[in-house]
Design a protein around this ligand. Structure first.
Ligand code: ZN
Length: 173
């Protein structure tokens, strides 16, 4: 697997290393996660970028849309495909604050996303190396480069704060 944790290079790199641009785009994804939390959604954000140009950004929207598929990554991929008028998105980088789930990795594979950059691991549901590794599955014909651990601490603490607040609310409620 071409993933590499906390390994930085000055320029964009297809070998699985994060660039300074990656950190900037991940900050935008993190801002989407913060906005999602303010709407009562699980704080996950996603950004889709082509040639250093923003195509779409979104936070989770499943609760507000009553849509189990409205994860941040899916919403951003849909908007990107609509913007490009193409159901496939070769060459794009998908940024996600949290390791994508099976559904979102499936969508990224269908879209032919070239590169995935994510923040923190999801040991319970991540499909880019934690529970499954769909990015490097031998039987799937599309491979994507994966960079993990970009703004990992910030992305993870958003989730921990959100769930801690929810537990506190349910105890006092
Ligand atoms: Zn997902």
């Amino acid at each position: 697997m071409t993933s590499n944790r906390n390994s930085w290079s000055a320029a964009n790199d297809s070998a699985g290393r994060a660039s300074l641009a990656d950190v900037g785009w991940m900050r935008a994804a993190r801002d989407e996660a913060v906005a999602a939390a303010e709407r009562g959604e699980i704080p996950v954000g996603a950004v889709v970028v082509l040639n250093d140009h923003l195509l779409a950004r979104s936070g989770n929207a499943s609760i507000s849309l009553n849509d189990p598929t409205a994860h941040a990554e899916i919403v951003a991929l849909r908007a990107s495909a609509a913007a490009l008028r193409n159901y496939r998105l070769p060459g794009v980088t998908l940024y996600a604050t949290v390791e994508p789930c099976i559904m979102c990795m499936g969508a990224a594979l269908h879209a032919r996303v070239s590169r995935l950059v994510f923040g923190c691991d999801d040991p319970k549901g991540g499909a880019a190396g934690s529970v499954l590794d769909l990015a490097a599955h031998q039987r799937l014909n599309h491979r994507m480069t994966v960079v993990r651990g970009v703004l990992e601490a910030e992305c993870g603490s958003l989730l921990r704060q959100f769930f801690a607040a929810r537990r506190k609310a349910s105890r006092s409620g």
